[in-house]
Write a protein that binds this ligand. Structure first.
Ligand SMILES: [Zn+2]
Length: 306
């Protein structure tokens, strides 16, 4: 009987591994390697980790420094078909501990959408690479429309409900000074940024990242429109109400169960987009690596300018 149970347990295990084996055709790291790298943060004693939600056995986690205060926020892996950001975070994980060692409060969401990552699906429920579905970062249920009413009555998914609730909870002890959300885009052949903070296109952190992409020889889409009809000027899009977690992090006012509350009020909220159209993952990693190297300077400059 015991042998039978053991056999049944082994079968269940291998079945789960089969279904959760990471898509690899685009050169992304297996999800186990990302978790392994993220876990090294816990050895320094400077970090705490929480599971934001568990999706079919895979955790979406948030790491935060034990030191609280005006913080640097970094998010990666909201969209599962965009592998460079969570890979760059894993490969540069020691940089985050270096920031903690210097006394900078940090909130790190290293892989927001683990099921999307292993399947290379944009959304956990998209049934395909870019099919329709619900983003784990959907924040419309907390954001007011132009008339001050909630844009949605509830979160679009359990994952989005959990992620946005965690963002709001952490923003009290770790008010976001600089938030950088790393993404990719498969509809434009060049890179660009969103700036959701109060300085919009004039945000010095956004300008510095565009300048760094240019210095690296990475092509930047300086003008034109995204596939969502958003206007790009100087490589930067600002002032969009896209219901993203970045809009939530920047929001000065939010709606919780219909009641107005102060929002996280991020000072500088930047979304980096590299293009998956022509550049191999190694090229895109160079950009995300470079942005991670800039974080300390950008955080300090943003912190001292407000
Ligand atoms: Zn994306």
């Amino acid at each position: 009987m015991r042998a039978l149970l053991l056999l049944a347990a082994l079968c269940a295990c291998s079945r789960q591994e089969d279904t959760m084996k990471t898509y690899s055709a685009d050169g992304r790291l297996p999800i186990e390697k990302l978790f392994e790298a993220q876990d090294t943060l816990l050895r320094s004693g400077r970090w705490e980790v929480e599971t934001v939600f568990d999706d079919r056995g895979l955790p979406s986690r948030v790491f935060r420094t034990k030191k609280k205060g005006p913080a640097l926020w970094v998010l990666a892996g909201i969209h599962g078909e965009e592998p460079a950001p969570p890979n760059a975070v894993a490969q540069n994980i020691e940089k985050f501990d270096a920031l903690a060692r210097k006394g900078i409060p940090v909130v790190l969401f290293p892989l927001c959408n683990p099921v999307g990552y292993v399947k290379a699906w944009r959304y956990p429920d998209s049934e395909g690479r870019s099919g329709t579905g619900h983003s784990v970062g959907d924040s419309d249920h907390l954001l007011p429309d132009k008339a001050g009413k909630p844009r949605a009555m509830k979160a679009t998914s359990a994952q989005a409900g959990a992620l946005t609730a965690k963002v709001l909870a952490l923003s009290k002890d770790y008010p976001p000074v600089l938030s950088v959300d790393l993404h990719e885009d498969d509809s434009i052949a060049k890179g660009y940024l969103y700036s959701q903070g109060p300085k919009g296109r004039q945000d010095p952190a956004a300008k510095a990242i565009i300048a760094e992409m240019d210095r690296l020889g990475y092509p930047v889409q300086l003008t034109g429109q995204t596939s969502f009809d958003e206007i790009i000027v100087g490589g930067v899009i600002s002032g969009v109400q896209d219901g993203s977690v970045d809009e939530l992090i920047a929001a000065r006012e939010i709606l919780v169960d219909g009641a107005r509350r102060p929002g996280p009020g991020g000072k500088s909220v930047v979304v980096v987009e590299t293009s998956t159209m022509k550049a191999p993952i190694s090229e895109r990693l160079r950009v995300h690596d470079a942005v991670l190297k800039m974080l300390e300077k950008l955080y300090q400059e943003t912190n001292s300018s407000f």
